[in-house]
Design a binder for this molecule. Sequence first.
Ligand code: UDP
Ligand code: MG
Length: 336
Amino acid sequence: MYPATDGLLVADMKEPSRLAISVVAPCFNEQEVLPEFLRRVGAVLDAAGGTSEVVLVDDGSRDGTWEIMTAAAAADPRVVAVRLMRNHGHQLALTAGLSICRGERILIIDADLQDPPELLPDMMALMDGEDGDEVGGKGGADVVYGQRRRRDGESLFKRVTAAAFYRLIDRLTDVEIPPDAGDFRLVSRKVLDMLLAMPERHRFIRGMVAWIGGRQVPLFYDRHARVAGESKYPLKKMIRFAADAITAFSVVPLMASMTIGWIMALVGFGFFVYSIVGWLLHENLPGWTSIMAAMGLLGGMQFLMLGIIGAYLGRLYDQNKGRPLFMIRDIVGGQK
Ligand code: UDP
Ligand code: MG
């Protein structure tokens, strides 16, 4: 059975036979790079040997991307072309590809070749645990994520905003989301199934993978410039992406409103008491007491109630994400 997601599922899917490796790439108007991407990924998979597939997800492209994908699928049985009904954005296109891929290990990569597919063997080795000493432990990694050492061909603006974004995320969230790492990573089937069991609609995939835990190790690399075409992440989409990331992984903004609510409530009640005391001492101008007392009391009550609603909203939000409560890594022992 295919893992349940609340996204697309194609009818009459059969039990998938597993492959050794899946490469999953979302593509949005990538006709310029796609042939080169397929050539380089194909070479990497040839060298790796074993069974493999390349799942390309056309995220509602308006250029020749789909035609290139179907031609590639016809020419090479490893290529699986998937087309979404419309543009859903990088994270959902990627989720669609992940939900149908069949690999025991899954390489998540952008189609624009900013992240070199040639790193696959190194990632595989870290997952095999051959470099066990280097990653400081026994056994292989569950996730090997690419961490950028350098970013070529990206504007100063992009680099500055990206750096600010990763710092902000780090400050606001409890989950340790590695800085300067995109979605470029190799994940095990176990981790992928856990990821697909998280039903939230606003998906910040690199954060969700970090949240899962297990052994996650970095592989440092230099990020290259796009081979062709241009970035599909204009400022507007970047801001939306950052907002999704922060709200999905942090209730700090909500907590701030609760704290301010409590403080303002205290101030309001203080005013109420102050005006009543002034009235008792006959120091107030006529009319002032009733206005100030009512304002302080009402304002204080409102802020207090907002704070309380905020507390419930935060819990409701968390519950509503519907994530599994825990994820078991291994179970040893017990009777057969
Ligand atoms: N992408 C997508 N849907 C979108 C935007 C982008 O599937 O709405 C894909 C795109 O084809 C590429 C990857 O997501 O494979 C990353 O996008 P891009 O390279 O434009 O982002 P950047 O690297 O500039 O952050
Ligand atoms: Mg890119």
